[in-house]
Write a protein that binds this ligand. Structure first.
Ligand code: CTP
Length: 404
């Protein structure tokens, strides 16, 4: 088993007074499930949206709302709680962050428990703003976001969509998974090192239809490709994901193109490759397709004894890779290293990621992976068993080492 990066991590969750505060209990539950310890600090207006009792029950810790203790009799309860809590934390997350709190932090205020804690922090701070569209795009708010980023804080861009007011635009609180992924990126120590890079990723299986009901396909959940897409987005890339059938979800900012067959994938990858400088081909492309697609369902009485197949085109081999950085995958059961090396050369790749099916904790339909990366130079890098999200980040860091 790989150890969850959140296990034992000490997280302060700051909650401010916006409607998205109703999502906070779910967030606490998720992050606690992954092994984090959570202490909550709320602004007084946050208590209008969600109660301290709910958050203290879920976090298992008393919630801080007031700067000063309720009773100061004989000086009892007086302490430097803000310093103690700030020093305790590995990470602070403010979710949701109202534009009021954003403005206060950007200007160095420490006028309530939450902002006072922020002023005393030594650990990283992740800010997840949410507001109505006009409040969000307001020039002063945008200036404050820039100030916070320049100060080294992580600010997640709010999402576009329908807002509580009924207006449509940017300002939505992101899905909780995205907040947790962002926190993971920070804990893992990655920066926005893919900023201004354009990356094309393929994921999932391709399905080659036999008739309207059946197909030839590979076992693939698409998880590795989706984790690569999410990780590269969070590290600043502009991401296009060409995906076969998958139950995985991409972030709304990722350009997702759904395809079914190898021929469709080839067409879309060929088109998108022109606009991207990096390609990661993690899709499990079917190697064979039926010669004939039967328009009607094959019935038992047809007494079918075989299906004639032809090879699909090798997508990686068809691409003109000049000036581009290309990575392939090799999923092997035997002679893993030799086979992977052969593919690296025959497909003219910069790097290949070898997955061995001999390890039951890597490969299909599991959340972990154990990979070896082989560079064009022959240099090999072996990784331990990691979550697919962490594996994705390791692959991205190896790609950054390639100079073209
Ligand atoms: N690939 C591709 N086009 C195909 C088949 C595979 O571009 N028609 C890509 C995969 O996305 C992967 C790499 O080639 O990045 C290796 O795929 P894999 O299935 O491991 O190898 P194959 O070349 O198909 O060889 P084999 O199935 O015989 O192992």
């Amino acid at each position: 088993m790989s150890v969850d990066i959140f296990a034992g991590k000490k997280i302060i969750l700051g909650v401010t007074g916006g409607i998205a505060a109703y999502k906070t209990p779910y967030f606490i539950r998720e992050i606690k499930k992954r092994g984090a310890e959570v202490r909550v600090v709320m602004t007084p207006s946050a208590t209008e949206f969600v109660t301290p009792l709910t958050l203290s029950t879920l976090s298992g810790n008393e919630v801080i709302v007031n700067i000063f203790p309720q009773s100061q009799e004989n000086g009892a309860g007086l302490s430097t709680w803000h310093i103690d809590t700030a020093l305790w934390a590995d990470l602070m997350i403010i979710a949701p962050a109202t534009i009021n709190t954003v403005a206060k932090i950007a200007n160095g205020f420490a006028d309530n428990a939450l902002t006072t804690l922020v002023a005393a922090l030594r650990c990283p701070l992740l800010i997840v703003p949410a507001a109505d569209v006009d409040m969000y795009r307001n020039k002063l708010t945008q200036r404050n976001f820039n100030t916070l980023r320049e100060a080294g804080y992580y600010v997640i861009e709010a999402e576009e969509g329908e807002l509580a007011s009924g207006l449509i635009g940017r300002g939505r609180f992101p899905e909780i998974n995205k907040v947790i992924d962002s926190a993971e990126i920070i804990i893992l120590g990655y920066k926005r090192d893919f900023e201004s890079k354009k990356i094309l990723i393929t994921a999932g299986p391709t399905f080659e239809d036999i008739d309207p009901v059946r197909f030839i396909g590979n076992r693939s959940s698409g998880k590795m490709g989706y984790e690569l897409a999410k990780a590269s987005y969070l590290r600043g890339a502009d991401v296009t994901l060409v995906s076969g059938f998958s139950h995985e979800c991409a972030y709304p900012e990722i350009k997702l193109i759904k395809i079914r067959s190898a021929a469709e994938m080839k067409k879309l990858v060929g088109k998108e490759f022109e606009n991207n400088e990096i390609l990661i081909m993690s899709a499990a492309v079917a190697d064979y397709k039926p010669v004939l697609f039967r328009g009607k369902k094959i019935k038992k009485e047809d007494k079918l004894s075989s299906i004639k197949v032809v090879e699909t085109e090798d997508i990686l081999k068809t691409l003109d890779k000049k000036g581009k950085i290309t990575t392939g995958f090799a999923l092997e059961t035997d002679n893993e290293l030799q086979n992977a090396l052969k593919k690296l050369k025959s497909k003219n790749l910069d790097m290949i990621v070898l997955n061995s099916l001999k390890n039951h904790e890597s490969g299909f339909e599991v959340d972990t992976n154990k990979i070896t990366i082989i560079h064009r130079s022959g240099n090999q890098v072996k990784f331990p068993l990691l979550s697919k999200f962490q594996t994705a980040n390791k692959i991205l860091s190896e790609i950054l080492k390639i100079k073209k």
